[in-house]
Write a protein that binds this ligand. Structure first.
Ligand code: ZN
Ligand code: ZN
Length: 80
């Protein structure tokens, strides 16, 4: 199951759980949508894996299986 993290690892932007503004890699590294197409060039800066749009978790499921509230931020910043 995906963590559904609340923020972007690079810039700490808050991400909408029901929207399409989040990008993730296979390890759940999470970024805002402006990153993959820009500075990250479509690759995760942590594992070099491909980034894909994060699917939304449907409303009722979020209540039962809540999204992560833990904000994860890449301390070293993201490579450009
Ligand atoms: Zn960001
Ligand atoms: Zn990654």
């Amino acid at each position: 199951m995906l963590d559904m993290r609340p923020d972007c690892e690079c810039c700490e932007a808050s991400l909408d759980l029901s929207g399409t503004n989040a990008r993730i890699c296979s390890f759940d590294c999470t970024f805002c949508a402006s990153r993959p197409e820009g500075t990250l060039m479509g690759k995760c800066p942590n594992c070099a894996g491909a980034l894909a749009p994060r699917p939304a978790r449907a409303g009722g499921k979020l209540a039962r299986l809540p999204a992560s509230r833990k904000r994860v931020v890449n301390a070293g910043g993201c490579a450009t």
